[in-house]
Write a protein that binds this ligand. Structure first.
Ligand SMILES: Nc1ncnc2c1ncn2[C@@H]1O[C@H](COP(=O)(O)OP(=O)(O)O)[C@@H](O)[C@H]1O
Ligand SMILES: [Mg+2]
Length: 251
């Protein structure tokens, strides 16, 4: 499997007056195409900061973020805007839907921002997504006419409508009851299985782990465990790539 996202020794320090808060203290991570990975850890350990840096919404203080092998640290604002628009889908704890628009309007917003016309190859994909998320009959409703679970499903549809390379979800079930959490988590799993959507989910809900293959645990700004099914051995990759056998050959 191809590496889609890679971070090398990522650090982020927030300045609060004269104090520096070290939210990330050296995070190195590889996410491959088609992976569904969960990031877990206690509140304040740096999960959201990592997601914002991965989503090109916040700049790291140091370190590297490669998306499809391109370093986003060196990009200017228009390039970062293009990355956010074309490569990244984001789902938040608060659904962040526009209150005056219908569900359909909220989903279409992503397409308008991208500037694609009404007829394009993404239309079928969009229809399939809406069906998979079981919100077909909710399209004419505005957010206040939808339950929390339905609003989050609309937000997910908006995030994946343009086929982003990566879907980042920061505590997407944090505002949902357990039944709706389960529905939404099942849908992430379906998106991953059916469309091979690469997904990184952040949670502090241990139940989420049963929905993902890969679990990355964070504490105090660092990764403390990662059950990466294909551990990264840069030496074997660099020195003898043609002799690599077994799972490493799929990288
Ligand atoms: N904008 C900010 N300014 C200052 N400190 C921040 C800011 N955002 C987060 N932090 C601090 O960085 C640390 C990590 O926060 P965060 O990434 O939100 O953690 P998590 O999502 O795991 O709860 C915390 O100590 C938090 O208080
Ligand atoms: Mg957070």
């Amino acid at each position: 499997m191809k590496t889609l996202l890679e971070t090398i020794d990522l650090r982020k320090t927030y300045r609060v007056g004269k104090i520096g808060v070290e939210a990330l203290r050296g995070v190195s991570l590889r996410i491959r195409e088609g992976e569904l990975a969960a990031i877990m850890g206690p509140s304040g350990c740096g999960k959201s900061t990592l997601m914002h840096v991965l989503g090109a919404m916040t700049k790291a203080s140091s370190g590297t973020v490669l998306i499809n092998g391109r370093d986003i640290a060196g990009m200017n604002d228009p390039e970062l805007t293009a990355i956010r628009r074309d490569k990244i889908g984001f789902v938040f704890q608060k659904f962040n839907l526009l209150p005056t628009l219908t569900a359909r309007g909220n989903i279409d917003i992503a397409r308008h921002i991208k500037g694609s016309g009404v007829k394009n190859g993404n239309d079928d994909h969009r229809a399939e997504i809406i069906k998979l998320l079981m919100i077909e009959d909710k399209m004419a409703r505005r957010p206040f006419e939808l339950s929390g679970g339905e609003q989050q499903r609309v937000a997910i549809a908006r995030a994946v409508a343009n086929k982003p390379a990566i879907l980042l979800a920061d505590e997407p079930t944090g505002s949902l009851d357990s039944r709706n959490s389960e529905i939404v988590l099942n849908m992430f799993q379906e998106l991953n299985r059916r469309f091979k959507q690469t997904i990184i989910l952040v949670t502090h809900n241990p139940e989420l782990v049963t929905y993902t293959d890969r679990l990355i645990e964070m504490r105090d700004g660092v990764i403390v465990s990662d059950n990466d099914p294909i551990p990264w051995d840069p030496e074997s990759e660099l020195v003898q790539p043609s002799l690599t056998i077994g799972p490493a050959a799929h990288r």
